[in-house]
Design a binder for this molecule. Structure first.
Ligand code: ATP
Length: 352
């Protein structure tokens, strides 16, 4: 079931939580809503569910405009960050809850519960109470309960947010695998970039109630639409300078400028930590000269700080440990840093 969010605006009092938001979730895909705290992710999910009424805009499920439809008739499954399981009911009873409400026959309900227990890898836990489960198992029960009535749409609001890092990682891989098996149209809210990129077919980046960019994870990573996305999606260094249509100039770094000439304007260059490598000679461009002031191995990578020549500005670099070792450089060495990839954005004057 395709979801179309068209031109949705929603305010709380005078505060615009969503401002003319357009999002399409193709049928059977998993789309992540990603953005900083307060960017409107949960509000958008609640508008799709029918838990919030927008002032403007429409929500379509397939060809049906459901904007005025109550939650109950939308047939959506919902999972929140905090387990909302019924504590006095067993795993099987929790999963069967939505089926009982819909008056599904006992035999059909038992069959559905058993197949979900096996799909969610909860075999042998059907008679346990939620208090006898781990956090990860509880969230899988919550998902099973949401999926039991065969919803057209699955809405997940930070479903793994309360779990520790390792369990989160396992569960998001498991969720992706599950999605590939059941293909229910899913919207997944997270503020964790890695989680969104690993799980989703498409990512929608929200900021201050508006969509900054939507696209595949690769698209967003390789072609960030603007400086907000570049900054948000990855560990970046930001240098300030200017651009003039011929080149962009940041301290002693010169980058070719392919943008049409708009005169000389202030600009910022965004360089990811992983897009920098070191060498002793200047045999590649673009490069920047400086001194290594800090280096520390963290497992398979080295985190280094590189201070630009004739400047107090430093940039952070992350490179594979074996590359660092083969270079044979030490803290204090004067080296050349090659910029493998950088994005330059003009600094636009704030509208007054
Ligand atoms: P987080 O990642 O912190 O959960 P979010 O991106 O999901 O944030 P929302 O919960 O959608 O953001 O909130 C967007 C904005 O709307 C926030 O500034 C929030 O304070 C405000 N807001 C949300 N719900 C209400 C409400 N019921 N009443 C008033 N303001 C609200």
């Amino acid at each position: 079931m395709k979801i179309d969010v068209r031109n949705i605006s929603k305010s709380f009092g005078y505060f615009p939580a969503l401002n003319q938001v357009n999002v399409t979730v193709p049928s059977g895909e998993l789309v992540a809503l990603l953005g900083p705290s307060g960017s409107g992710k949960t509000t958008l999910l609640r508008v799709i569910a029918g838990l919030e009424t927008p002032e403007y805009g429409n929500v379509l499920f397939g060809d049906t405009d459901v904007t005025e439809h109550p939650v109950r008739s939308r047939n959506v499954g919902f999972v929140f960050q905090h387990y909302a399981l019924f504590q006095h009911m067993t795993v099987s009873q929790n999963i069967a809850f939505g089926l009982r409400v819909r008056k599904t026959s006992k035999t059909a309900a038992a069959e559905r519960v058993n197949s979900l227990i096996s799909l969610m890898q909860l075999d042998g836990l059907g008679n346990r109470l939620p208090s006898e489960l781990s956090g990860g198992q509880r969230q899988r029960v919550a998902l099973a309960r949401a999926l039991a009535p065969e919803p057209k749409v699955l809405l997940l609001d930070e479903p793994f947010g309360a779990l520790d890092a390792r369990v989160r990682q396992d569960l998001r891989r498991w969720l992706r695998h599950l999605h590939d098996e059941i293909h229910v149209t899913t919207v997944f809210v997270t503020h964790d970039q890695e989680e969104a990129f690993e799980v989703a077919d498409q990512v929608v980046i929200l900021n201050k109630g508006a969509v900054e960019q939507s696209g595949s994870p690769d698209d967003i990573f390789d072609h960030p639409a603007n400086s907000f996305v570049m900054d948000f999606v990855g560990n970046v260094n930001v240098l300030t300078g200017h651009m003039d249509g011929y080149g962009s100039y940041f301290h002693n770094l010169v980058l070719p400028d392919k943008s049409p000439s708009i005169g000389t304007v202030p600009a910022k260059v965004y360089i990811r930590r992983q897009d920098i490598s070191f060498a002793a000679s200047k045999d590649k461009t673009p490069f920047i000269e400086g001194v290594i002031t800090y280096a520390r191995r963290v497992g398979l990578v080295v985190h280094a700080v590189f201070q630009l020549s004739n400047s107090t500005t430093s940039i952070e670099v992350e490179l594979p440990f074996d590359e660092w070792q083969s270079l044979g450089i030490q803290v204090g060495a004067s080296v050349v840093a090659f910029i493998k990839r950088a994005q330059v954005f003009p600094v636009l004057e704030q509208a007054s």
